[in-house]
Design a protein around this ligand. Structure first.
Ligand SMILES: NC(=O)c1ccc[n+]([C@@H]2O[C@H](COP(=O)([O-])OP(=O)(O)OC[C@H]3O[C@@H](n4cnc5c(N)ncnc54)[C@H](O)[C@@H]3O)[C@@H](O)[C@H]2O)c1
Length: 253
């Protein structure tokens, strides 16, 4: 499969290129988009999606993979829709307006959108939902830890975990951090963000009652796992009809 990498000069963009150079899932990176231009000459890189329309002709790629910045969501989706190209969106931190654009684009092209491209995290989500449903009285807290370069907090994955838990516990609501006076309510799902050093990514879901505690934890050891997950998502997405897909679809398949 031939892919275009949005954010190709960034940490994750480079991981996607490395994985494709290793031949992971038979991927070949045919182009990139980035507002920086330190990629080198071996892969054509456009400075934006308007320019990309001229550099990459229709049919030159099977899928676009995005690890860039949420501010380019509108441009990226209009590029993908114009080309009828499946899009794997791994970027996090989208605004409500950008999330609405993603939902709209998914009516026209296949879109894979996940705040965490790790298969292990997809399993963590399933286990957390199962535990939350089985222990309706348990207090639930989520702790996430990431490197100090990360721009958004809490992580998209922590928000996704809370949303998924809410799907089996409709009365729950999220509280970011905890401060001030007053007791914790039983419906709270606390989310706590830690930024430290070079931590790749850790997510911990703690469920506790007066008599027992369950801790479910996923640790990413190497960013390459997200690149591999994004390429697995691209492989899954190519040939699918329009729609919004996520890691659950891969785990359930
Ligand atoms: N879904 C996942 O599993 C997962 C995993 C890791 C990171 N991420 C997300 O991926 C994104 C990128 O992470 P990173 O660590 O590679 O960041 P990074 O800052 O190292 O790289 C981002 C790249 O995007 C480029 N960029 C910024 N604005 C752009 C625009 N408008 N058009 C084109 N390119 C643009 C930057 O120049 C940079 O090269 C973040 O949102 C991060 O949270 C998601």
């Amino acid at each position: 499969m031939r892919i275009i990498v949005s954010g190709i000069c960034g940490h994750m963009g480079k991981e996607v290129v490395s994985a494709s150079l290793r031949g992971y899932r038979g991927a070949v990176t045919v182009g990139g988009v980035d507002i920086r231009s330190d990629r080198g000459a071996e892969i054509p890189v456009a400075g934006g999606f308007a320019e990309a329309k001229e550099i990459f002709g229709v049919g030159e790629a099977d899928c676009i993979i995005d690890f860039s910045h949420h501010s380019c969501t509108a441009e990226l989706l209009s590029f993908a829709v114009a080309k009828g190209m499946p899009a794997v969106l791994a970027t996090t931190g989208q605004t409500e307006e950008e999330l609405a654009l993603i939902a709209d684009a998914a009516k026209k092209i296949p879109v894979f959108f996940s705040a965490n491209m790790s298969l292990g995290v997809a399993l963590l989500v399933e286990l957390a939902k199962k535990a939350a449903a089985a222990m309706p009285d348990a207090q639930i807290e989520i702790i996430e830890k990431h490197h100090i370069r990360k721009l958004d907090a809490p992580s998209g994955t922590a928000i996704m975990l809370a949303n998924e838990i809410q799907s089996v516990r409709p009365s729950a609501y999220t509280v970011l951090g905890r401060s001030g006076h007053g007791k914790r309510t039983p419906e709270e799902i606390g989310i706590h963000a830690i930024r430290m050093g070079n931590i790749v990514g850790e997510h911990e879901v703690i469920l506790g009652t007066d008599t027992q505690t369950i801790t479910l934890k996923h640790e990413a050891h190497d960013r390459a796992l997200f690149a591999e997950g994004a390429l697995a998502a691209a492989e899954f997405l190519i040939g699918k009809g329009a729609g919004l897909y996520n890691m659950h679809d891969i785990v359930a398949d």
